[in-house]
Design a protein around this ligand. Sequence first.
Ligand code: PGA
Length: 252
Amino acid sequence: MRKKFIAGNWKMFQNPHETRSFGEELKKYIYGRTTNERIAVCPPAISLEAATEIFNNTAVEVFAQNIHFEREGAFTGEISIPMLKSIGVRGAIVGHSERRSIFSESDELVNKKLKALVEEDMQAILCVGETLEEREQGKAFDIVENQIVRGLEEVILDHMSLVTIAYEPVWAIGTGRTATPEQAEEMCAFIRAAVAKLYGEEISEELIIQYGGSVKPQNAKDILEQENIDGALVGGASLKVAEFMSIIDYKG
Ligand code: PGA
């Protein structure tokens, strides 16, 4: 049985003070409850330490939104994996479409980052997804498979338990236009099959596949109940504790 994994991608929102208040409020919600869901927040770099402090000894994991693949060096403006580990960060998102399109990250760079993470025993959420144009041209499945094959190049089988794949159709991110549960399920099932081709059935059956793109309290249940969707990567709706919690509590 795969455990649902709900992660909040805060993007460039929530400074350290706001992170602490968010953390205090979220802790009140989750205090004393036993949840079957895995929960993570991905604050901007400057707020990571506030987040690891506030969520210390709770079930909430803290992930970064980006990392550099080298351990240290002359890389102005970058943050290394050992630095993140030193403050209790558990993993990072790689290959988010905003980083691919706005910051020109290639599959090769995404792959380097992913490999660096898992080699340090850190979790990686690998984002994949097609643009609207690619979907309309019938290329969505090829694009996604290619991002998976290239993103996972040279990642060994033993490290696959550290990898989550997030299917985020670019046309659904921040647009309010969600993929239908059927569209999301179809792609997530395809992703599981693509991973089975690379690593075998056993690994693919255990793989956590999230859907991301305008997930909200109103649509979370329909999406999260799909067979091949094991969680959500939530942007906008993860910035308010009540909304984030009602996604986590999608079963009602
Ligand atoms: P959204 O963002 O939920 O605001 O669409 C999702 C994401 O980019 O991870």
